[in-house]
Design a protein around this ligand. Structure first.
Ligand code: ATP
Length: 466
């Protein structure tokens, strides 16, 4: 095996580079671009959609396949308006908003020191004498809509601002049909909507996003233990999927940051190019949610333990993560630039690559004929059909081999299978490894199985070693 040792440069990532790569390679586009765009809304292209699907499937794997105490749910986005009264969102899901009478811009009152004003010489809103900020007023982040054909006589409804409430309102259904009892969890992935005052930083904060939330219902006296359990599990999930542990931390909320119902909350934070920021929140929510829905709906939402004769309202531990934010963290952590060393193809050149965990990579293998003649494309197509039966694969015969490798590096494809003149003679191909640039000759009959096996093998990022 030919194994050059690539010289990895310092962490070269910036948010601008991620945005540019996502656009260049079709991961993420600004939404409604042909109409001039709509603020902070994004569409995911082919590779972005595949990456997102892989993140979600890894979350499902951790919730459902690797344990047997969690069940899935997929609840509606539109729910009874009383849900949001009971949850407290109608009264309290607000951010403090200030307007500037001079420039007409709006800001979050608690964000003034960080956001730019856009009006020189004022750096931040309120800095200059010309700024004229209003008093802060509460702005509810829920999007309102109307159920029914006539706006005036229809019922007001809200696009859900979190997926969690769809779980709580189904607690009784699930308890009845899932043959689970506390401690057990209900997990959901789905879209949520928040009319954020200051969305931004690419897909970090948008008005429409996806969440992965799990509500774990436990006997009250076990709540603390399960809270600790989920802190550990959730950090482990990110690390096993390749995030560098030194770019990940748990930050416990200060008492004045805690929601009134939460006895403890910790955020999993990632060191984004914008600084340490929340990736996921893990909260000990006590019995607040079930008790409130019981109060507002009149239904009993409790558990009767036939063994002990005990009746109680379970307490809830909630790990709540964002799909889009996780995608951004995986992209940022994977982004790398290096000068290719040794005798590898492209030696001396700078290559950009995504060192994504193979399980997350949108495409696992690209099948590339070296030349567009001598029977190579035909043989490559045959190999491609075999490989794509097992893993997400791509066939590419356009442009120079170097250009095709660069493209696969940039979308994070862990393996390139190259068909050359020797392949048509002896039924072997080369497998090029993204991270090390090592090339290995493999019989065609074995290549699909080999790639499938390597994609599911444990992996850690070479960026750790640099
Ligand atoms: P933040 O403090 O960043 O506004 P939050 O504490 O309000 O987030 P939660 O209500 O705990 O967020 O939601 C759980 C997760 O959902 C967050 O950790 C984040 O990953 C994701 N999330 C929340 N709001 C957004 C948003 N506007 N855009 C993208 N992801 C979001």
């Amino acid at each position: 095996m030919n194994k050059p040792s690539p010289a990895t440069t310092q962490d070269a990532v910036t948010m601008d580079k991620i945005v540019a790569l996502c656009k260049r390679r079709g991961f993420v586009f600004p939404s409604s671009e042909i109409y001039g765009g709509v603020g902070s809304t994004y569409d995911f292209g082919h590779y972005g959609a595949l990456l997102k699907a892989n993140v979600k499937s890894e979350w499902w794997r951790a919730m459902l396949s690797e344990r047997d105490d969690i069940v899935a749910i997929d609840s509606a986005i539109l729910q009874h308006p009383r849900v949001w009264e009971a949850s407290g969102h109608l009264a309290g899901f607000t951010d403090p908003l200030v307007d500037c009478r001079a420039c007409g811009q709006r800001f979050r009152a608690d964000d003034l020191a960080q956001v730019p004003c856009g009006r020189k010489p004022s750096l931040h809103p309120g800095d200059s004498d010309e700024c004229s900020l209003t008093e802060a007023r509460d702005f509810n982040l829920m999007f309102e809509t109307t159920i029914g054909p006539v706006k005036e006589s229809g019922a007001t409804a809200y696009l859900r601002p979190e997926t969690a409430q769809g779980i709580f309102i189904n607690f009784k259904n699930v308890l009845q049909f899932s043959r689970q009892k506390p401690p057990f969890g209900i997990a959901q992935i789905g879209k949520s909507f928040r009319n954020e005052i200051t969305p931004g930083n690419f897909i970090f904060r948008t008005r429409e996003f996806e969440q992965m939330e799990m509500e774990f219902f436990v006997p009250p006296h076990e709540a603390e233990r399960w809270f600790e359990h989920w802190l550990g599990e959730r950090v482990r999930w990110y690390v096993e999927l390749g995030i560098r542990p030194d770019h990940l931390r748990l930050r416990a909320h200060d008492p004045d940051e805690l929601s009134h119902y939460s006895s403890a909350t910790s955020d999993v934070e990632y060191l984004f190019p914008i600084g340490w920021s929340e990736l996921e929140g893990i909260a000990n929510r006590g019995d607040f949610d079930l008790s409130r829905h019981a109060e507002y709906s009149g239904e009993k939402l409790e558990y009767f333990d036939q063994g002990s004769g005990e009746r109680y309202v379970p307490h809830v531990i909630e790990p709540a993560a964002g799909v889009d934010r996780a995608v951004l963290a995986f992209l940022v952590d994977a982004y790398d630039e290096e000068v290719v060393s040794g005798t590898a193809e492209g030696a001396g050149e700078l290559r950009t690559l995504l060192r994504l965990h193979p399980r997350l990579a949108p495409v696992k293998a690209a099948v590339l004929p070296l030349l567009k003649r001598e029977g190579q494309p035909e043989l490559a197509r045959e190999v491609y059909v075999k490989v794509r039966e097992r893993v997400q694969a791509e066939y590419d015969d356009g442009g120079s081999i170097g250009k095709r490798y660069r493209r696969q590096d940039e979308i994070g494809t862990p393996f390139c299978v190259t068909i050359d003149h020797q392949s048509t003679d002896d039924e072997t191909v080369t497998v090029r490894e993204r991270d090390t640039l090592a090339q290995e000759r493999v019989p065609i009959a074995e290549v699909a199985a080999l790639i499938e096996e390597r994609v599911s093998a444990p992996w850690s990022t070479p960026k750790l070693m640099s």
